[in-house]
Ligand binder design. Structure first.
Ligand code: ZN
Length: 210
């Protein structure tokens, strides 16, 4: 297995300027080699608010890269509302409304064959839900996360207080309990978080030094 790619202390300047368009990190901090390939059977559809697409702390991109059956669709709410999103007949939406069923209460035969996730801040998720009519017609599901989010960096509240990656992992642990690779996906996520925390700390030190 590849070892995680850690940022160099003094990366070459061309690596600082160049960006990896898979993980959206500067090339010297690209952690794509740490992202596993996961052969999930349950289809995952992630709808991403357009403003999220270049957010460096976005976890949906990692999910889309790792999961074999996944699709990430990015757009403005209107664009998403007016296109065929490829939602299956037995799809379910992860959205914590009061009428949402807990995934814990479903038997294996009741499980949706596709899960739709809304990726963005809570406010983005709320406006996507409001503006994309097909979403309201889907059965709604919620998670009961036991642990707080590992997402150390973002200050804005995210959907269900979890990152999309964490929500995907919790869903798949429930729906496909024998699926392997989720631990490595979490490890890649931890690596991304740690890189970001280190980078922010370095910047603070620089600012204070001025
Ligand atoms: Zn990368």
């Amino acid at each position: 297995m590849n070892s995680p790619i850690l940022p160099l202390k003094n990366p070459p300047i061309e690596h600082v300027r160049q960006r990896c368009y898979d993980c959206y990190r500067p090339k010297y901090a690209c952690f794509c080699d740490a992202i596993p390939t996961i052969e999930n059977q349950t289809n995952l559809l992630i709808l991403q608010h357009r403003n999220e697409r270049t957010h460096p702390f976005n976890s949906a991109r990692i999910v889309a890269k790792a999961m074999q059956k996944s699709q990430l669709i990015v757009g403005r709410n209107k664009e998403l509302a007016n296109q065929d999103l490829g939602i299956s007949k037995n799809a379910g939406l992860l959205y914590p409304r009061c009428n949402a069923k807990s995934l814990e209460d479903l038997s294996p035969s009741e499980m949706p064959d596709q899960f739709v996730f809304l990726d963005g801040t809570w406010n983005h998720a709320r406006t996507m839900y409001r503006d994309i009519p097909v979403l309201k017609k889907l059965p709604h599901y919620r998670l009961n996360p036991e642990a707080p989010s590992r997402y150390l960096i973002r200050e804005e509240p995210t959907f269900d207080s979890l990152s999309t990656l964490e929500a995907v992992v919790l869903v798949l642990q429930r729906v496909e309990p024998k699926l392997t690779g989720l631990d490595r996906l979490i490890a890649a996520f931890d690596l991304m978080n740690q890189q970001q925390v280190d980078e922010l700390r370095r910047r603070n030190v620089t600012l204070r030094g001025r």
